[in-house]
Design a protein around this ligand. Structure first.
Ligand code: GTP
Ligand code: SPV
Ligand code: MN
Length: 580
């Protein structure tokens, strides 16, 4: 493989810091993948699963203290603190390198350093971008094979000697005390040490495709978002494309491969976690999925909730931190109504129900997205797909209705900026705590969030027909703690209403928060949800909202005068509409 001298020089620098016993350049081939798998089976990094029911499927158990992203150890390292903004952890670049340098110096001694040239986005797309990461984890290399396009295809995409994001990753000693995930947007550089898990370690994903890409996107006038991409096909065969942002473990993968419960309607999968979007020459917003695989949440994935995912993970899948049955099949909470007997838990111990969940709540599967039965035929179109609707969803037990539509682009950006959500097991820390999460980007925006809002607002006038913006909440509960809306496959009913809103045919009522489905406007045919329950799911209560707006006002304060005026104005208007 021929690489540029800038790449070579950077790899040499990484090696002189980490001191691997040898350096291997990855070509992305099937043989390379198989060789890695064999080596990991030999050294116990992987366990083979039952080869008849789960061919080419493996189980990896991560270090018990390394099971999710660690946001408190994740930093944006810009020269100016203000460029990272008040919602990011910040470290000066020199301090960050001094600190992480201690953990990285000699960290690959006795290990192999794998050099992975990877492409984010389909081959042949002007929107695709290159990264080169080095790592001492074979599990990371195999995962990158699935999640990105590895090898010569990446090098070919470089538009200049230095046209790549550089990523240095080392497992270090896996201790959270010596773990840092550092983004240096001004140097197009990532340093990650001390974790082998998910977004901490697969540097193409959150570090590159969101944190650094969002920085580049702002400079270059596009968007890098924590969004799924779907095409919704109606009974006449017309497809309407949506992007959808939801916080970690809050429904993107599920919505991206929904099996429709409405006859004649179907949902096509294009992406489940990240969308890169740009405005084309005609003023149309277009989107593509920079990833090639799914790193999806296992718990609650079942033939009932997500049959497409169940089919997708039946072969060629790496499972991480799930439980395993005596016959060598993966298992997690929710897969079957009752746990099978004789389970081994995610840490390899015989499982007793009294010990808590058998699979880690953030256990995941890594698999090519093209294995999903609902994969869209055009998912790798270099031109992307035209986006007609954007969805902001979050996990809220109360306050936020099932679905409503923004009045216009600026109002939609306000609704995105106003998102809050209950935390999940995707990040270390307490689960179920309400926190602010604008556009589901609080952990992933690589620059000052006030500037991010301004960037979103500035997209509006560039769009000849701005996508309609919708807000959803599948997670609202009744007084008994039960979900008000059945969710999953039934969410297609909400998508149908959105498509009809875009076409101008669906009825809606104006409320202080936006357009809410009029009674009867949501297709509930064959659905066992009484109108009173649906009304409860759609309710917006002035008292609750005024309280929520007070909290939002507190959040906005930290941005000071940097908060864009249209956001402040829409905030004030919303308060007024509620009589506040
Ligand atoms: P990340 O990969 O962390 O970014 O997560 P994600 O947004 O893709 O979330 P995912 O679709 O994997 O869903 C995570 C959790 O939300 C699982 O436990 C799901 O069962 C649950 N969930 C998803 N959709 C629904 C829904 O419509 N209703 C309910 N009640 N739960 C849902
Ligand atoms: C998320 O947390 O949003 C994920 C999982 O998609 S990870 O790749 O670990 O960040
Ligand atoms: Mn995610």
């Amino acid at each position: 493989m021929s690489v540029t001298s800038v790449v070579e020089k950077w790899v040499e620098e990484a090696a002189s810091l980490t001191r691997p016993s040898r350096t291997v350049w990855c070509d992305g081939s099937k043989t390379e993948y198989e060789t890695l798998i064999e080596a990991m089976l030999r050294d116990g990094t992987l366990l083979a699963l039952d080869s008849r029911s789960y061919p080419n499927c493996y189980l990896h158990r991560s270090h018990p203290q390394d099971v999710a992203r660690t946001e408190q150890l994740t930093f944006i390292c810009t020269r100016e603190r203000d460029d990272a903004g008040p919602t990011n952890n910040w470290m000066a670049p020199a301090d960050a390198k001094a600190k992480a340098g201690q953990y990285l110096r000699g960290s690959m001694r006795g290990r192999t350093m794998h050099v992975i040239p990877y492409l984010m986005g389909p081959a042949g797309s002007a929107a695709s971008r290159v990264g080169v990461m080095v790592t001492d984890s074979e599990y990371v290399v195999a995962s990158m094979h699935i999640m990105t396009r590895v090898g010569q295809v990446a090098i070919q995409h470089m538009r200049g000697d230095a046209d790549f994001i550089a990523g240095l990753h080392s497992l270090g000693d896996l201790s959270p005390d010596r773990r840092l995930i550092l983004q240096f947007p001004e140097e197009k550089l990532v340093w990650s040490v001390g974790s082998g898990y998910g977004g901490n370690a697969l540097l193409g994903k959150k570090c590159h495709a969101l944190r650094l890409a969002s920085w580049q996107a702002r400079q270059e006038g596009w968007l890098a978002e924590h969004m799924l991409i779907i095409g919704v096909e109606d009974p006449e065969g017309r497809v309407t494309y949506f992007g959808g942002a939801m916080p970690s473990a809050s429904g993107k993968t599920n919505l991206s491969m929904v099996e429709s419960r409405l006859p004649g309607w179907r949902v096509w999968t294009l992406g489940d976690d990240i969308a890169w979007m740009w405005v084309d020459a005609r003023g149309q917003l277009r989107a593509m999925n920079p990833e090639r695989g799914v790193f999806g949440v296992a718990p609650n994935t079942s033939p009932k909730t997500n049959p497409n995912a169940i089919a997708m993970v039946r072969s060629n899948t790496i499972f991480t931190n799930v439980a395993v049955t005596p016959s060598g099949e993966p298992w997690w909470e929710g897969l079957t109504p009752e746990p099978p007997t004789g389970l081994t838990d995610w840490q390899g111990r015989p499982w007793q129900p009294s010990q808590g969940p058998a699979a880690h709540p953030n256990s995941r599967f890594t698999v090519l997205v093209c294995q999903c039965p609902s994969i869209a035929p055009n998912w790798e179109d270099p031109e992307g797909v035209p986006i007609s609707g954007l969805i902001f969803g979050s996990r809220r037990t109360g306050v936020i209705p099932l679905v409503f539509e923004a009045f216009d682009w600026a109002h939609g950006v306000f609704l995105g900026s106003a998102m809050s959500t209950e935390t999940t097991a995707a990040i270390t820390g307490k689960v179920g705590v309400v926190r602010r999460d604008p556009m589901a980007m609080i952990p992933f925006c690589g620059y000052n969030m006030a500037d991010y809002f301004a960037h979103w607002l500035a997209m509006g006038p560039r769009l000849s027909k701005p996508p309609r913006i919708f807000r959803v909440n599948w997670f609202r509960r009744d007084g008994d703690g039960k979900f008000l809306w059945p969710g999953y496959g039934e969410n297609v009913r909400i998508l149908k209403w959105m498509v009809e809103r875009i076409r101008g045919t669906a009825r809606a009522e104006e409320r202080p928060i936006g357009w809410v489905p009029a009674p009867g406007a949501l297709d509930t045919s064959g659905l066992d949800v009484p109108p009173s329950r649906l009304a409860e799911a759609l309710r917006s209560d002035a008292g609750e909202w005024l309280k929520a707006l007070d909290e939002l006002g507190e959040f906005y304060k930290q941005f000071g005068p940097r908060l864009p005026e249209p956001i402040a104005r829409t905030f004030a208007e919303t308060r007024r509409r509620f009589g506040g």
